[in-house]
Write a protein that binds this ligand. Structure first.
Ligand SMILES: Nc1ncnc2c1ncn2[C@@H]1O[C@H](COP(=O)(O)OP(=O)(O)OP(=O)(O)O)[C@@H](O)[C@H]1O
Length: 597
């Protein structure tokens, strides 16, 4: 009963039990007791909800031992350390509507039979693998399978879900991700074959989403088997060649080879970036003056490439030109402007000048069929991946000092964009995937003000959760709507949660609303990311940043501070507290009873 009154105590308790390995489901007692994390039906006979997120549970959920859960509607065990297979018994319970098992260590595949009533499935940031079954779930509204190890094509029934539902699965393909090449994915980036009708160098085309996750045992076995089969095939081909040479029949072989590379290029064509580059314009890559790179368009097209992801405005590729030069190329989708306006807009962006927290545009290419933007590649990835990427073993969570520093850097970058661009100039797409990280984990704001190039893409197609109420209702963007999005970003840094929160049965709420509801219940400490709990003496700073974040996400536009004010307030947190206490990294409690597995 003590624990019931203080959920934080439960969390600490759970994490401190040294030999706890398993979560046991008490199936023998048919009477449901509303204990913390368990909700019961009114008559007290059946469990209808299991809510134990972020409480340090680990071990696997046993199959076939689950008793009276036949009225279960929601299972929420996300952000724990659970492993083993997904509990297929639970997931097939007919009454089940919402599944939140993200940020655990589950492996294996998705069970073939799931409750037909499911409307929310979040299995992101686990170690799940295999192909995704063609789930026939008519009520499914929210699906998140990102940051796992799924492979193969995305089934047709799930094509309607956004890219964000699938990102971070290195071998997954097909809409809404890039089309499948028809070839087995290769384990390492390779230069790509020449497309049909082109004397140009090799072009980008083979697309593989980049994942920072480790290969699971299944993937390793698949690679070993695949590798051995290839070797045997190669030996066979060599043997055949040798025999053919002997019988003097080399001509046919050449023709066959040619035909097969054309077929490959045909397959790749629809997704090649550079396929719209016109022969006469091969050298028209326009560099901005401050750029010291010396490559030209041909070098760029010849480079091996990987898909980093698809965003609102097109696809981003990582292109490796040589050992010391890696860039990011954004292949833009339908631009709403002619060349002159396009160039003018990019000149305006370039005119914002250099700032350490703002990502500069290095170069661009414009032709009728192809528009490319070139940026420096940031190997440390984005804040989004650092916060929400795989949470299993091997992950290095961002410590508090780093988070605060990223918040400050991002505020400085946005303040620069606002002040240099003029009062009406906005970023209009602030989100954690647009905050890139340098090697030293400094923030770098990217993708600013690209919206005007795409008048046909309404703001509503941008990632949900970051848009201010006035943007949702009236498409009214301003610097204060950027501040709102920035507030959501701060909440993401503090809570470790995505901007959209799934709560209870079918309910979806945005992060500001969720945080406000928790704070109102006087459970302020509960909003903070469980990964931050191991650091000491940071609560006051976290609460201060929380207050800033909540002022940014005020519903009334005039209630929100300017980004300059936000920047100064964050600087004050660092100035007042940071100087007087050791860094959160040094301050990690060595003898704390809070243990991680
Ligand atoms: N310069 C870069 N270095 C490293 N990663 C990058 C770089 N630019 C973009 N990315 C990453 O590539 C992925 C795709 O980026 P992209 O900008 O195309 O889409 P997005 O940020 O998801 O959405 P949007 O287009 O709305 O900004 C994102 O995960 C992003 O963090």
């Amino acid at each position: 009963s003590d624990l019931n009154s203080d959920r934080r105590a439960l969390l600490e308790f759970a994490a401190s039990v040294p030999h706890a390995r398993k979560l046991y489901w008490n199936s023998s007692n048919p009477i449901c007791t509303s204990w913390i994390g368990i909700t019961c039906s009114k008559d007290g006979t059946r469990v209808i909800g299991i809510h134990l997120p972020g409480v340090g549970l680990y071990g696997s959920i046993p199959e076939k031992t689950i008793g009276n859960l036949d009225a279960l509607r929601v299972i929420s065990l996300h952000t724990n350390f659970l492993n083993g297979n997904l509990p297929s018994d639970v997931l097939s319970i007919l009454s089940l509507r919402s599944v939140y098992l993200q940020k655990n260590n589950f492996s294996g595949g998705i069970p073939l039979y799931l409750s037909p009533r499911l409307s929310v499935i979040d299995l992101s940031s686990n170690s799940l693998s295999g192909t995704i079954p063609n789930l026939d779930l008519p009520r499914l509204r929210l699906l998140n399978l990102s940051f796992n190890s799924f492979d193969g094509p995305i089934p047709s029934a799930l094509e309607k879900f956004p890219v964000s539902s699938f990102v971070g699965n290195s071998h997954l393909c097909g809409p809404p991700l890039p089309y499948c090449s028809g070839l087995s994915p290769a384990p390492a980036p390779v230069p790509l074959p020449k497309p049909k009708n082109s004397s140009s160098p090799e072009m980008f085309g083979r697309q593989r989403a980049v994942s920072s996750r480790k290969l699971g045992t299944g993937a390793i076995v698949a690679i070993v088997i695949g590798g051995s089969s290839l070797l045997i095939l190669l030996l066979l081909v060599l043997l055949l060649r040798y025999m053919k040479k002997k019988s003097n029949s080399g001509g046919t072989r050449v023709i066959k080879t040619k035909a097969s590379s054309i077929a490959k290029a045909e397959n790749l064509k629809s997704e090649d970036f550079g396929s719209g580059v016109q022969e006469a314009e091969k050298n028209k890559l326009v560099f901005f003056q401050r750029c010291s790179y010396t490559f030209d368009l041909e070098d760029l097209l010849r480079a091996s490439a990987e898909v980093l992801g698809k965003g609102s405005y097109g696809t981003a590729y990582k292109a490796i030109l040589d050992e010391s030069t890696t860039v990011v190329v954004k292949r833009l989708r339908e631009v709403g402007f002619g060349k002159k306006e396009f160039e003018q807009h990019l000149e305006t962006l370039n005119g914002l000048g250099i700032h350490p927290n703002v990502m500069p545009l290095l170069a661009y290419y414009y032709s009728k069929d192809e528009k490319l933007l070139v940026y420096e590649y940031m190997p440390a990835g984005s804040l989004c991946a650092a916060l929400h990427g795989h949470r299993g073993t091997g992950r290095t969570p961002l410590d508090w000092d780093t988070r605060l520093n990223i918040a400050l850097g991002a505020a400085r970058g946005l303040a620069h964009i606002h002040s240099e661009g003029g009062t009406r100039f906005t970023h209009a797409n602030i989100k954690s995937s647009n905050i890139l990280l340098t090697d030293g984990l400094e923030a770098c704001v990217t993708d600013f003000s690209l919206g005007p190039l795409f008048p046909s893409i309404p703001t509503k197609y941008r990632v949900a959760g970051y848009r201010a109420p006035e943007v949702i209702e009236a498409q009214k963007t301003s610097q204060k709507s950027d501040v709102y999005s920035f507030g959501v970003l701060l909440l993401e840094i503090l809570t470790g949660k995505s901007p959209i929160q799934y709560v209870g049965y079918d309910e979806v709420i945005d992060l500001p609303r969720w945080v406000r509801s928790v704070v109102r219940e006087e459970w302020t400490a509960e909003v903070f990311d469980s990964e931050l709990l191991k650091y000491q003496n940071i609560e006051e700073e976290m609460v201060q940043l929380l207050q800033i974040a909540l002022s940014c996400v005020a519903k009334g536009v005039d209630m929100r501070p300017s980004i300059d004010d936000v920047m100064r307030m964050i600087e004050e947190i660092r100035g007042s507290e940071g100087d007087n206490r050791p860094s959160s990294e040094d301050n990690r409690s060595k003898d704390s009873n809070v243990q991680t597995p």
